[in-house]
Design a protein around this ligand. Sequence first.
Ligand code: SF4
Length: 368
Amino acid sequence: MFAPWASKMISMRSSQEIVTALEEGEPGRILDALKFRGVDQQALFKAAREARDRVLGHSAILRGVVELTNLCRMSCLYCPMRRGGVAAEEHYLLSQDLIAAAIERICADPINVVSLQSGETPRVAELAIFATRVAAAKAPDRREVLLCLGKQELQVYEDLRASGADSYIMKFETSDVRLHETLRGEPLETRLSHIRALQSIGFAVGTGSIVGLPGQPLESVADDIQFGVALGTAMLSVSPFIPGERTPLRHAKMGDRDTTLNAISIMRLMSPAATIPTVSALELTGGDGQLAGLMAGANVVTVNYTPSREAGLYHIYRENRFRVPLDHALRVIDLANLSCTEDHMSLPSANRGAIKAHQPEQRTIVEM
Ligand code: SF4
């Protein structure tokens, strides 16, 4: 019979083998690592932190987000902001004055990236171009301008890029073709064609997935990580599924926190230079969720700068979401033994080069 210390040593050895395989880009070990708990999980987290700190330094990036509108034409089953999920009297489109004031506040704080976010609607295009110009006009103290506006017309992407936007987040959410179509009401390929279009225009692109969707086995979560890493985007993210009150999935089980944290670590090991956020939804899975994300290898925290009335109507994840204030972000960064980078471009230099050296290529896009 083994002594307890002997089984612990065997466990550590096998977890080290899996960590090494992930660092070498071996996708066959993702599923094993997603199941890590206890001492194996701690070894995974430690290896991910070391990979981050080796490649990106002991630093974290602060994003400041302004949520331009809660209008959305999509009906994703897991999202409270889906079409019909928000009452007409609760819809908002921020005024230009409110946007300019919010960006002003971001630039007065130690924030590296101005992030403009919204539901998916063509009605946000003009406003987003305005907001991008305001954010980009902060030269020479130039901050990265990051967009997350869902699918837009190709011309809108080009106008946004020409207005000074650097990067764009377009999550694929789940790479399972059937689950994607069931939950999002459109083919996965539609989303992917927009990711390719954004890349070809010269945006640094971010993508990501959800952990714990109803009907999603752990193998599918592993597939999502492999899929996201293979897309080769500059930013990767993973969020736990949150059963929002006003959604058809409100009675489903919340995504598992440990699996989500393991997914962060795996992404870090397989894509060490990627920008990986510790999302606010982690705070809904238990205490200090965002700190746990940083301890698992993430390197970004997003602070909310949406005016408070409208922020209360932006029902991402759930109605009573966690809206990250600056002092919370600074606290978790400090507790994770990281410092805030003073660089106003969050992307690793290799990714910035890709932006600057942009050459238009052939673009494929599925028109909506
Ligand atoms: S997840 Fe995005 S695209 Fe889908 S309903 Fe919500 S806001 Fe709209």
